[in-house]
Design a protein around this ligand. Structure first.
Ligand SMILES: NC(=O)C1=CN([C@@H]2O[C@H](COP(=O)(O)OP(=O)(O)OC[C@H]3O[C@@H](n4cnc5c(N)ncnc54)[C@H](OP(=O)(O)O)[C@@H]3O)[C@@H](O)[C@H]2O)C=CC1
Ligand SMILES: CC(=O)N[C@@H](CCC(=O)OP(=O)(O)O)C(=O)O
Length: 309
């Protein structure tokens, strides 16, 4: 069976990456709009309603508008924007956390944000297992490649008049749009402090959560944390818990250009503190790779088909 797919926002950073991953796959027939039509509401309405699956790679308001254009019960949606990540009736598209069947059986899937993907992969299993209580004060330090800001940020960093900075932190009002998603899907009662940043490299992402294990109830050991994460992702080809790592540093480029995610637990010699670390690509498991994984599941295909692992 051939599935008809429309990528709304196919000319953008995330949309182009999805097209690249779907290229040459005979299971899919892409509905394409040319430059003159790609922002035309009636052409989009037609394409959306002709498609079996629509992948929204749009700003939040345009994503909400696209959903409002659906006038049938058949078309399924994978929304890469922030618009529906904590919205009722939407399945959070992180199969390793919500269950592959939940994604496969849904008509409305919100693709996780790039930073929440790393945070949730590390923290959600620990909260579920009771190792990290829901009320634990957590913080998240993260760095993204500049493609995380889409076409406009890529243009800023690649401008002939010079890059904005080698690295900068942002989200300084502590109200980043990813915080509700991180809190909700981790099962936390206290929102984490989120410190995002951008580096002068196109793609790649490191998300780090430092934890004082000795301050948690029962003072769990680093090995207890490792056991929970190892079990949570046992058998996954996409999210991998890495038991041993001999390097002295963790480069942002570790998984740049791929769709997988590596998780690490680094511990202090006395086991009182850990640094939970996720390495992946903001455009891979952080966006387009995750969207293709969800599309595969929706269409009853191998979840890793077409992914770069
Ligand atoms: N980049 C990343 O790493 C990640 C991005 N996302 C999310 O994915 C979505 C897309 O982001 P990204 O690809 O980076 O952004 P880009 O700005 O690179 O692409 C967005 C695309 O949407 C098009 N567009 C804007 N408004 C409309 C409209 N009304 N109708 C049709 N097309 C429209 C733009 O057109 P034009 O080309 O004319 O500007 C552009 O091609 C966003 O919601 C973002 O938050 C999620 C996770 C990670
Ligand atoms: C570097 C950078 O600016 N990143 C974006 C997030 C990219 C992303 O994940 O998009 P969503 O917001 O759709 O999840 C930001 O912080 O707003």
């Amino acid at each position: 069976m051939t599935h008809k797919i429309f990528i709304d926002g196919a000319a953008g950073t995330t949309g182009l990456e999805i097209r690249e991953r779907l290229a040459g796959r005979s299971e899919f027939a892409l509905i394409l709009l040319d430059d003159a039509q790609r922002k035309d509401a009636s052409a989009r309405r037609q394409a959306i309603n002709d498609a079996d699956v629509v992948i929204l790679c749009l700003p939040d308001d345009a994503a909400r508008e696209a959903v409002s254009l659906i006038a049938n019960d058949r078309t399924k949606v994978i929304d890469a924007s922030t618009a529906h990540r904590v919205a009722p009736g939407w399945t959070y598209g992180f199969p390793e956390l919500v269950g592959h069947e939940a994604v496969a059986g849904s008509k409305r899937i919100s693709n996780p944000g790039c930073y929440p993907t790393g945070f949730l992969a590390l923290v959600a299993p620990l909260v579920r297992a009771g190792v990290v209580p829901a009320s634990t004060p957590l913080s998240v330090n993260a760095v993204s490649g500049y493609s995380g800001g889409g076409k406009s940020m890529i243009a800023d960093f690649e401008s002939t008049s010079g890059r904005p900075a080698a690295w900068y932190g942002y989200g300084l009002t502590l109200a980043h749009k990813h915080v509700p998603e991180m809190t909700r899907h981790a099962g936390l009662s206290l929102p984490p402090i989120f410190a995002p940043s951008v580096a002068d490299t196109l793609r790649g992402m490191i998300v780090e959560v430092p934890v004082h294990l000795s301050a948690l109830p029962g003072a769990p050991s680093p090995d207890a944390v490792r056991e929970v994460l190892g079990k949570a992702y046992a058998g996954s080809r996409i999210v991998r818990f890495i038991e041993t790592y001999d390097g002295a540093s963790m480069p942002i480029e570790r998984l740049a250009g791929t769709d997988g995610m590596d998780l690490f637990v680094f511990a202090s010699p006395d086991g009182a503190q850990v640094r939970l670390v996720a390495a992946f690509d903001n455009l891979g498991k952080g966006a387009s790779g995750a969207a293709v994984q969800n599309l595969n599941l929706l269409c009853g295909l191998d979840e890793a088909a077409g992914l770069k692992l």
